[in-house]
Design a protein around this ligand. Structure first.
Ligand SMILES: Nc1ncnc2c1ncn2[C@@H]1O[C@H](COP(=O)(O)OP(=O)(O)OP(=O)(O)O)[C@@H](O)[C@H]1O
Length: 282
């Protein structure tokens, strides 16, 4: 059963402003969204961007879910709801049935440290700490014993093929190596859920491919719940066991890769998956 569920999420980014005015704008934009107005119409009338509209999604446990869609379709906004980096204007984000939007700051911090980690596109490494300390960082932050964190860090550095670079600093590594460090750091925290926002996008195609293979190899034994955002249809189809296709903030289709390829629900989905080069069977 899914531990993490988005329940009818609608998210607006209102123009900067204060108090009553800002609330009036948000209410008007929500009313327009409910009336089925387009994003453009809502933006023109209110200045608010409708990033997600009525998104409901149960994340498959122990599998890789790939969120794909064009630029601006709402992918990053969606994944950031899963660890409450962004809160919706309306709707619920449930963890084992409890709404994480009602968590206190302390509960939220504890929950993130124990259950959900994130790998970013920009690597997010600490420049003044060596690779080993960077990998151990999330585990240390959680308050685990330093020796345990270092031992986990060594283990994961070894698994991503960077054991010999433990004492290097981030600026001494290539982009691909830095992303491996980011991945090792997320794995060293050993959370059940791993969020990856365009984690491989900045890398050149060959290295990207290599890292995708590495992720698949690791996942074969880890069986983590992984949610990854990508605008690259090949990456989504290679890695995802479940694919969620977004358009203009709405889920157009959600299913297994073969389902999207063989039974696209509309022309948009068909055109999207037709760009692929990978072979999808099943
Ligand atoms: N902080 C923000 N303030 C205002 N608008 C925002 C903010 N973040 C995102 N948006 C808008 O919300 C919409 C969805 O953005 P989002 O970043 O989720 O899309 P995306 O699919 O991840 O795009 P990309 O692939 O280009 O990163 C876009 O129209 C974007 O301009």
């Amino acid at each position: 059963m899914s531990r993490i569920v988005l329940n009818d999420i609608t998210t607006l980014f209102a123009p900067r402003g204060k108090g009553a005015r800002s609330k009036r704008v948000a209410d008007r934009a929500l009313a327009m969204a409910d009336a089925g107005e387009t994003r453009e119409a809502i933006f023109t009338a209110t200045g608010a961007t409708l990033a997600l509209r009525n998104v409901s999604l149960a994340i498959a446990p122990g599998q890789i879910t790939a969120i794909m869609g064009l630029s601006g379709s709402g992918k990053s906004t969606l994944i950031r709801h899963l660890n409450r980096l962004i809160s919706p204007s309306r709707g619920q984000v449930l963890w084992d049935g409890a709404d994480i939007l009602s968590f206190s700051e302390k509960q939220l911090q504890d929950w993130r440290r124990h259950h959900v980690s994130m790998v970013f596109q920009g690597f997010g490494l600490l420049p003044h700490r060596n690779v080993l300390d960077n990998v151990a960082f999330g585990c240390r932050l959680r308050g685990d014993k330093p020796a345990d964190c270092l031992s986990a860090a060594r283990h994961w550095l070894d698994r991503v093929g960077l054991a010999s670079h433990a004492q290097s600093y981030p600026d001494e590594l290539s982009g691909g190596m830095r992303q491996r460090v980011g991945l090792a750091r997320a794995l060293a925290v050993d959370t059940e859920v791993l969020l990856m926002d365009e984690a491989f996008s900045a890398l050149d195609p060959l290295i990207r491919h290599e890292l995708q293979d590495q992720l698949l190899e690791l996942q074969a034994s880890l069986n983590k719940t992984i949610v990854l955002v990508t605008h690259d249809v090949d990456e989504a189809l290679r890695l995802g066991q479940e694919i969620v296709l977004l358009r203009d903030g709405e889920i157009v289709q959600h299913g297994a890769p073969a389902e999207l390829v063989q039974h696209p629900v509309d022309d948009y989905t068909r055109r999207f998956v037709q760009q692929r080069q990978v072979v999808v069977t099943g």
